[in-house]
Design a protein around this ligand. Structure first.
Ligand code: 4NP
Length: 170
């Protein structure tokens, strides 16, 4: 059984490809590529088919993540059934996803930073800002993806918590 994770932002050229690349790298490092699959998509359609923004690619490359093979696509209603974890970068994109969701898949949608313990916090859109914004995205996404991966591993029972073989009170 593979678990599927979809990272979602607005354009799918800055934040969600960053999360896609970082999560994939973490998964590879832990040898879990057969267990966990990652993709990314945007709620908007302006950049379909495009590679990540050059500023996103350059900032990621400085930290060792190659995003050049990624291409933007738009999230679909079918994605919400298909992916176990649908991870929004900000509240507006979470809302857009919730508007597309059904009762059967609504609870798959969460904010990325929730997994790092920051309820309702957002990964800010760096598109119209300076270079510092792209560094901030990387800092936030690296921390939150590591936390998300721990959560997924727990859910998959890839972490085995040792239990006594018989009750301790006997
Ligand atoms: P992203 O950033 O949602 O992190 O990919 C953006 C990219 C493009 C636009 C907005 C945000 N845009 O308006 O074209």
């Amino acid at each position: 059984m593979t678990t599927k994770v979809l990272m979602v932002c607005l354009g799918n050229i800055c934040r969600s490809p960053t999360a896609h690349g970082i999560m994939e790298t973490l998964i590879e490092k832990e040898g879990l590529s057969a267990d966990i699959i990652v993709d990314s998509a945007g709620t908007g359609d302006w950049h379909i088919g495009k590679a990540p923004d050059p500023r996103t690619q350059q900032a990621a490359k400085r930290r060792g993540y190659d995003l050049s093979h990624l291409r933007a696509r738009q999230v679909t209603v079918a994605d919400l059934d298909d992916y176990d974890w649908v991870i929004a970068m900000d509240r507006q994109n979470r809302q857009n996803l919730l508007n597309m969701a059904s009762d059967a898949n609504r609870d798959r949608i969460t904010l990325l930073l929730e997994h790092a313990g920051q309820i309702d916090a957002e990964v800010p859109d760096p598109y119209y800002g300076g270079e510092q914004g792209f560094e901030q995205v990387l800092d936030m996404v690296e921390t939150a993806c590591a936390a998300l991966l721990e959560r997924i591993k727990l859910q998959l029972s890839l972490i085995h918590i040792s239990e006594p073989t018989r009750p301790l009170y006997i």
